[in-house]
Write a protein that binds this ligand. Structure first.
Ligand code: ADP
Length: 269
């Protein structure tokens, strides 16, 4: 039998090791690239409301302050941009904390229907402003028990419904549709708005990614909402799905595990 040449073995080991290091370096470079992009994006997004506020104040100083109605208009605009800045900073903190694993979910059992009604009440005014109908479609009024973080899951549904309103035309609709299966419930948020171009569909869950149209239309928002939704749902073992046809509308959906009624009642005892 032919003996294995030990040198060949060592050579191939070295080769493998070098390849491993190369992969590691490539990965580190990629991470560094992401970090740079993240910082560049943050600076850009922060500058927008800061420059806007600065502009309004300079206009006031320039004489607009003397006319009461003009003054009020500019002060309101300045307050609005500061509010946008505040939301952006809060979203940034949420994203970085959640990505660093520093946010703990507080799981509890509750009826999903109650939570959705809560959501609809909260966004009513926003929807009315654009004359958009927001409705709930559920198989029945029966409770649908799940085990989740109430406030964070509510935030997910609010983000999705608000997007359905924001990226919609006047008089459009947004539906929250609940589908109950054997062990799971599917929550879908469907709108008949502007839809999302095919090439953007994979990327809109990335931090700061916005479809060009929404950027140029200056829709309020940080571009962080869907990234936050995705992370919160991951912590609920759920994956967010998107189906969208440009000019027709979009559906965002995810599945959660049901808590069976007997189990729920037991836990209440
Ligand atoms: P934001 O709304 O603050 O820009 P999001 O992360 O919530 O950030 O959304 C990212 C982008 O995805 C939006 O800028 C928009 O271009 C697109 N988008 C999200 N939801 C919808 C929707 N329902 N219809 C059309 N486009 C949407």
């Amino acid at each position: 039998k032919k003996e294995k040449n030990p040198i060949v073995g060592i050579k191939s080991q070295i080769k493998n090791y070098a390849k491993m290091k190369e992969d590691e370096i490539a990965q580190l470079k990629q991470m560094e690239q992401y970090r740079k992009e993240f910082l560049a994006n943050i600076s850009h997004e922060l500058k927008t409301p800061i420059f806007a506020t600065q502009g309004f104040i300079l206009t006031l100083l320039d004489g607009a302050v003397d006319d009461k109605s003009v003054r009020d208009r500019f002060l309101k605009k300045a307050a609005k941009s500061l509010n946008a800045l505040n939301i952006l900073v809060e979203d940034l903190l949420t994203v970085s904390k959640i990505e660093a694993g520093e946010i703990n979910m507080e799981f509890e059992e509750f009826d999903l229907q109650i939570m959705i009604v809560d959501v609809l009440e909260q966004i009513e005014q926003k929807a009315e402003k654009k004359n958009i109908t927001v409705s709930l479609e559920a198989p029945s009024d029966d409770p649908i028990y799940i085990n989740a973080d109430y406030n964070r899951l509510k935030q997910v549904v609010i983000n999705l419904v608000v997007n359905g309103i924001k990226y919609n035309h006047k008089n459009g609709w947004v539906k929250v549709i609940l589908d109950v299966h054997e062990d799971t419930v599917t929550i879908a948020v469907k709108d008949n708005g502007m839809g999302i171009p095919h090439e953007d569909q994979n990327r809109i869950f990335e931090r700061f990614y916005r479809v060009e149209k929404s950027r140029t239309k200056k829709q309020g928002g940080s571009g962080l909402g869907l990234a936050i939704c995705k992370h919160i749902l991951e912590r609920h073992d759920a994956v967010i799905q998107l189906e969208s046809v440009p000019e027709e509308g979009s559906t965002f959906s995810f599945d959660l595990t049901l808590v069976k009624e007997e189990e729920y009642e037991d836990s209440e005892l």
